[in-house]
Design a protein around this ligand. Sequence first.
Ligand code: FMN
Length: 400
Amino acid sequence: MGKPKVVLGVSGGIAAYKACELLRRLTESGHDVRVVPTASALHFVGAATWSALSGHPVSTEVWDDVHEVPHVRIGQQADLVVVAPATADTLARAAHGLADDLLTNTLLTARCPVVFAPAMHTEMWEHPATRENVATLRRRGAVVIEPAVGRLTGVDTGKGRLPEPAEIFEVCRRVLARGVAEPDLAGRHVVVSAGGTREPLDPVRFLGNRSSGKQGYALARTAAARGARVTLIAANTGLPDPAGVDVVQVGTAVQLREAVLKAASDADAVVMAAAVADFRPAAYAQGKIKKKDGQEPDPIVLVRNPDILAEISADRPRPGQVIVGFAAETDDVLANGRTKLKRKACDLLVVNEVGERKTFGSEENEAVILGADGSETPVPPGPKEALAEKVWDLVVTRLN
Ligand SMILES: Cc1cc2nc3c(=O)[nH]c(=O)nc-3n(C[C@H](O)[C@H](O)[C@H](O)COP(=O)(O)O)c2cc1C
């Protein structure tokens, strides 16, 4: 089998230079990449760069090498088309089926998955015309990843920044691995919580846990690659924002509850992968708690935190919503998992065994996914993304 064929469309935004890194990542990971820039893109990065980095000729129009019929062949032969950055203009032309350059011809002839990574000023992104064009492309099955928030061209900051090339690459890798043109979470809003809450004792100390957030981030990343709009509620992870995901940073269990309830009001699925503290210190000391000579320290009095999973499972902010919980157990894993599933009344519970050197912080996971319908789906040891994909498979069956 030859290398997977990827078309990298580049349109005329200031972030075009970042597509060079995406191109490098794609070629170095064994993909045959054909770059199709727009004429405007060449104002930012020249044809020589695209050609040298990809090892293929580069043109913007349908009139070069006409004997090879490139306006049809490039799209027909592609396993994936990714447009990064996608300008407001290119999104508009793609949404309306225009075919006025090589890239838009390629988009019309491609029958493989298509990913757009838009980048533009916030005003352009928020304009109703762009919103409608993005909705049209998503409805037709394209994965349009949400722009990141941050520094834009000139002095402005806001939403509209191209996500990091490494993150766009991850989306491409996931989409290619699934190899389906119709992303099965398209049009869905999913909420994922990740990381571990920290419950402050005083300005310098907290009660925390060992959760790294990697499993939750894998869930967010895979959902975005399957076409979902994703809100990731991240508690103390320090991980880079996944491409195309709206990230809300929180610290404590109470903050996490607030953020989840707000995001869940219009969500199709909520996956609670964060390790939420069951208890928090009853009192918060305004100043650092000091050692007192000859005295034992005061005991720490704890109070219960809200049980977010049970609350959201009981209330279901949106009818038909699928709720997934995680149970980290150290012993009697399955029996404890079944009891927890009943008590929480969620639809699915991902049960895994944890320990100081098991699961937390590692790249791998192993679990059994218990269903409220009595089902048991074992997921063998493997990357956290593999477990994430399995969770979404089960969510999709329940949503449909
Ligand atoms: C310096 C500069 C930066 C630009 N950056 C963007 C951008 O980030 N996103 C965007 O949608 N348009 C941007 N534009 C406007 C596009 O280049 C313009 O709409 C062009 O027609 C897009 O053509 P294309 O979609 O065929 O590439 C920029 C223009 C200039 C001069």
